[in-house]
Design a binder for this molecule. Structure first.
Ligand code: SAM
Length: 279
């Protein structure tokens, strides 16, 4: 396990993933009934963007830093994300970046519950420290695909699962397909979000076909390119496959993503929203 998210915290991919996470949680909060969130690859929860590792890659400079710099022109949903990030910082300084566990923790209500899971032995300790003591939060130290089997379906029968792997293994796409099939058998009505890097779009197209072949309904893919994929060895974009996405999400993304294309990529990027399967 060599991957450490501190090198990438607050980059363009985090920005999109975390805005989508917030939109889904916001939707779930429209009903009083409790919901459950499972974050299968949680990371350490909160990131210091001044840390050596973060500065070495400076990926946040092309991600959250650009969003912050142009926040005054941002759509409402992006402003809510900016406000949430600002809440982890003091005044105009913003060197702390919340990961998915901290974002979810900020948004759940008294009746809601979350499980954050992390396999790295050092990172799970840091994660525990960052999450603090809260009866609504449980930290697990398991393989992500085992935690899905162990915890689904949740008793609440409402909620979401975020699957955000580091792609250190060559068969991660196949593992995610299998995880979706398993998870969907256990809990067909949960909202699922699977994150993936986009290097070669042909690889992504094949995976999308595999997902469509599962026959699982309501699968939507949101792909965001920071540049055309002329060199398929580079990280050219990132995507999220959403299952049972809130019906409001697509129209929200049609406002949010054009703004992110111009802010994060100066217009060089693009996005697509594709329905891989229907209702
Ligand atoms: N979701 C986090 C966020 O948005 O802030 C970032 C997670 S990072 C992309 C992926 C994390 O998965 C790393 O912290 C890594 O240690 C962890 N990881 C890698 N393999 C895992 C596995 N099989 N099960 C659980 N966690 C794993």
């Amino acid at each position: 396990m060599n991957y450490r998210h501190i090198y990438h915290a607050g980059n363009f991919a985090d920005v999109i993933k975390h805005i989508v996470l917030m939109r889904v949680l916001d939707y779930l909060k429209q009903k009083d009934k409790a919901f459950f969130v499972l974050d299968t690859h949680a990371g350490i929860g909160i990131y210091d963007l001044d840390a050596d590792q973060a500065r070495r890659t400076a990926e946040a400079d092309d991600g959250i830093a650009r969003v912050m710099a142009h926040a005054d022109t941002a759509p409402e949903a992006v402003r809510a994300y900016v406000d949430l990030v600002r809440g982890f910082n003091r005044g105009d300084e913003w060197r702390t970046y919340p990961g998915s566990p901290a974002i979810t923790h900020s948004l759940i209500r008294d009746q809601d519950r979350m499980v954050v899971n992390e396999l790295h032995p050092d990172d799970v300790v840091t994660l525990e420290h960052h999450m603090g003591r809260d009866d609504r939060v449980r930290v697990e130290h398991m393989d992500a695909y085992q935690v899905i089997k162990a915890l689904l379906p949740p008793p609440e029968r409402r909620g979401m699962v975020l699957v955000d792997p580091p792609f250190e293994v060559t068969d991660e796409f196949a593992r995610m397909t299998k995880a979706l099939i398993d998870a969907h058998k256990r809990w067909a009505t949960g909202v699922y979000a699977f994150w993936y890097p986009i290097k070669d779009p042909r690889v992504i197209a094949r995976w999308h076909n595999d997902l469509a072949d599962t026959g699982i309904p309501k699968i939507m893919a949101v792909d965001f390119m920071i540049r055309p994929a002329s060199d398929v060895t580079r990280l050219n974009g990132s995507g999220l496959v959403l299952v049972n996405a809130p019906w409001t999400l697509e129209s929200e993304l049609n406002t949010i993503l054009p703004w992110l294309v111009s802010t994060l990529t100066k217009g060089a990027g693009s996005f697509t929203i594709t329905h891989l399967t229907g209702e």
